[in-house]
Design a protein around this ligand. Structure first.
Ligand SMILES: Cc1cc2nc3c(=O)[nH]c(=O)nc-3n(C[C@H](O)[C@H](O)[C@H](O)COP(=O)(O)OP(=O)(O)OC[C@H]3O[C@@H](n4cnc5c(N)ncnc54)[C@H](O)[C@@H]3O)c2cc1C
Length: 504
C-alpha cells in the first residue's frame, strides 16, 4: 500500500505498509494492485451547466475532469499549444534558438507540470483527497508506483502522454479546449450576479493560470480583482555530480553498510546494488540564516537544469528529470524565503517586480561573452562554482553542466542581492556541516531560481472558494497562492470543481 525509504541513518530502511488478511498474510502477492474505484466520466456534450476554465495546467485539467465526472461541461482556454507542438518550441529554446513567450516550460498544455520532474507529493496532508490525484494520474497512464511510493515520480518523458490522455478524455466526453487562446479580459467570461444579469445563471470561471503569467496578474489587477502580496522564495539552482550526492546521501564513503545480520563491510557490488535498488539519491536540506529559511527546493536526481522563463529578457532556471533519473547530474533549487515586508511599498504586485528585476539581471549576466547572439538574446545562464561563490572568488572555468543552452562564468556572489546571496552562502556552509563534501567546486550554481512559489495571492472566501472581490471567479492552483506543486495544484482544481458541482 505504501513504500518509503529512510536513508537518514547509516542503516537504510525501507518502510512498507502491506494489506494482510485475517491471518496476517499479504493479500496481494504482486504489488501493487490498483485498489481504487476508476472514475466514471459523463457525456457532457449537451450538459446544462458549463464552467469556463482559464489554464490547462494540473489545476485546470483536474478541475475539468472532476466537472465531467459531475456532468458539467468544461470550456478550457489555454494560451499555450498542445503538448506535442509545445515540445518543438522547447527543443528550440534548449538549442538557444529563441523563446516563444506563449509556448515554453511554463505555458502550454499540462502547464508547468508537463516538462517537469513530475515529483508527485505534497507537503500538506490537510488539503483533501491526495490519493485521488494519484489515482487519476494512474488512470491516465502513470506507473503503478504513484499509488504507493511516498515520493512518487513520473518523469518528463512520460508526462506528455498522460496529459494527452487527459485531453482526449475531456474532448471525447464533450468538454472543449481552446489552445493558443490567451484570456486578456475576464469580462466576456464573467457576468456578475450583482449586475444587470442578476437572477440569471452565472457561468463560473475557474482561474488556474499558474504563477508565471505576470501579464495576466496585471490584467486581473486592472479589472479590479483583489490581489495581495505573499511570501515566496528566490535563489539559485545548484548542480552536483550525482555520484557525489549518492555517496553523501547513502553514506557510501565508508564501509558501514551494516546489515541486520551483522556484516559490517560491503560485499563487492553492494554499493552499486544500493543505487540500483533505491535509484539515484535525492536530498532535502533546510536551515535558518538571519531570520529567514534557506532550503533546497524541487531536487531532481539524475536530472537536467532547464530554462524556465516566459519572457525573452529574463533568465529563470528550474529542474526536471526523465523517469529513469539517470543523467550524471543532481540539481536542486537553493532558495531563500522572502517575506512581503522585505520588499518596500504596498503594491500587491511588488513581489512580481522584485522577481522580474532579478530575472532581468540574470539574463544580462548570462549573455556575455558567447558568440552568435540571436535576436532577443540567448537562454544561457550565469554560473559560478559553488565553493567560489561561498568564498567570494571568480570561477576561472566552469564544470560540465546539464543546462543545454550553456552557462557563462559570472560573479553571483557580487550581483545577487545580499538578502539572498549572503544567506545562501551561509546556507551552503550549514549544509556542508551536515553532509561534508557538499560544498565543493565540483558543483556549480546557476541564476536565478525565482519561480519556486507564487509572489501573489488571489484571496478567496474559504467557504465558497470564490474570489473575495469577484463573485463567480474561482482562483485556484499555484497562481492563486493556495497551492504549490503538481499534486496540491491538481487537488485545488478538484476542490474548486467540487464546490461548483455542489452549488447545482
Ligand atoms: C521545470 C519545472 C519543473 C517542476 N517540477 C515539479 C515537480 O517535480 N513536482 C511538482 O510538484 N511541481 C513541479 N513544478 C511546479 C509545478 O509544475 C507547478 O506547481 C504546477 O504545474 C502548478 O499547476 P497550476 O495548474 O496551478 O499552474 P500551471 O501548471 O502553471 O498552469 C497554468 C496554465 O495556465 C495557462 N495560462 C496562464 N495565463 C493564461 C491566460 N491569460 N489565458 C489562458 N491560459 C493561461 C498557462 O499557459 C499554463 O498552461 C515544476 C515546474 C517547472 C517549471
Amino acid at each position: 500500500m505504501k513504500r518509503s525509504v529512510d536513508a537518514r541513518q547509516r542503516e537504510l530502511k525501507v518502510h512498507l505498509t502491506v494489506l494482510v488478511d485475517e491471518k496476517g498474510k499479504p493479500i496481494a502477492k504482486e504489488a501493487p494492485i490498483p485498489l481504487y474505484t476508476p472514475p466514471v466520466f459523463q457525456n457532457v456534450h449537451n450538459a446544462e451547466r458549463e464552467v469556463v476554465i482559464i489554464g490547462a495546467g494540473p489545476a485546470g485539467l483536474f478541475a475539468a475532469l472532476t466537472l465531467i465526472e459531475h456532468g458539467i461541461k468544461p470550456i478550457i482556454y489555454e494560451r499555450g499549444k498542445e503538448v506535442s507542438e509545445r515540445k518543438r518550441d522547447i527543443a528550440l529554446l534548449n538549442r538557444n534558438e529563441g523563446l516563444n513567450p506563449e509556448s515554453n516550460y511554463c505555458f502550454g498544455e499540462g502547464g508547468a507540470g508537463t516538462f517537469s520532474d513530475g515529483k508527485l507529493f505534497s507537503r500538506s496532508k490537510k488539503r483533501g483527497n491526495m490519493q485521488r490525484v494519484m489515482e487519476l494520474f494512474h488512470f491516465f497512464g502513470a506507473p503503478d508506483t504513484v499509488l504507493y511510493e511516498a515520493h512518487a515520480h513520473i518523469g518528463s518523458d512520460k508526462l506528455p502522454t498522460i496529459i494527452k490522455n487527459m485531453r482526449e478524455c475531456i474532448l471525447s466526453h464533450g468538454g472543449e479546449i481552446h489552445f493558443e487562446t490567451k484570456v486578456e479580459s475576464l469580462k466576456p467570461h464573467l457576468t456578475s450576479p450583482q449586475g444587470e444579469e442578476k437572477g440569471k445563471t452565472v457561468t463560473p470561471v475557474i482561474l488556474a493560470i499558474g504563477h508565471s503569467a505576470h501579464d495576466t496578474y496585471r490584467m486581473l489587477a486592472a479589472e479590479g480583482v483583489k490581489l495581495e502580496t505573499k511570501g515566496f522564495a528566490m535563489g539559485v539552482r545548484a548542480e552536483h555530480p550525482q555520484a557525489l550526492i549518492n555517496r553523501l546521501m547513502y553514506h557510501l564513503t565508508k564501509p558501514h553498510l551494516t546489515s541486520p545480520q551483522g556484516r559490517n563491510t560491503p560485499l563487492e557490488g553492494e554499493k552499486e546494488g544500493v543505487i540500483k535498488y533505491l535509484g539515484n539519491a535525492s536530498y532535502s536540506l533546510v536551515t535558518q540564516v538571519d531570520g529567514r529559511g534557506v532550503y533546497s527546493f524541487c531536487m531532481c536526481p539524475g536530472g537536467h537544469i532547464v530554462p524556465a522563463g516566459s519572457t525573452a529578457d529574463t533568465c529563470v532556471v528550474n529542474g526536471m528529470s526523465a523517469s529513469h533519473r539517470n543523467s550524471p547530474f543532481a540539481n536542486s533549487g537553493m532558495v531563500v524565503q522572502i517575506n512581503p515586508e522585505d520588499i518596500p511599498g504596498d503594491d500587491p504586485l511588488r513581489g512580481l517586480e522584485y522577481q522580474e528585476a532579478l530575472e532581468r539581471e540574470a539574463f544580462k549576466q548570462g549573455q556575455a561573452p558567447l558568440n552568435s547572439p540571436i535576436e532577443g538574446g540567448r537562454s544561457s545562464a550565469p554560473a559560478q562554482r559553488l565553493r567560489d561563490f561561498v568564498e567570494g572568488k571568480a570561477s576561472k572555468d566552469l564544470p560540465k553542466c546539464s543546462y543545454l543552452p550553456g552557462i557563462v562564468p559570472s560573479r553571483l556572489d557580487q550581483w545577487l542581492p545580499p538578502h539572498i546571496g549572503k544567506r545562501l552562502q551561509q546556507g551552503f556552509r550549514d549544509f556542508d556541516k551536515k553532509y561534508p563534501g557538499f560544498l565543493t567546486n565540483d558543483a556549480v550554481i546557476l541564476g536565478v531560481e525565482s519561480r519556486s512559489s507564487s509572489a501573489v495571492r488571489i484571496p478567496r472566501d474559504p467557504e465558497t472558494l470564490q474570489s473575495v472581490s469577484t463573485p463567480g471567479l474561482y482562483p485556484c492552483g499555484e497562481g492563486a497562492g493556495y497551492a504549490g506543486g503538481i499534486t496540491s495544484s491538481a487537488l485545488d482544481g478538484i476542490n474548486a470543481a467540487l464546490k461548483i458541482a455542489d452549488l447545482a
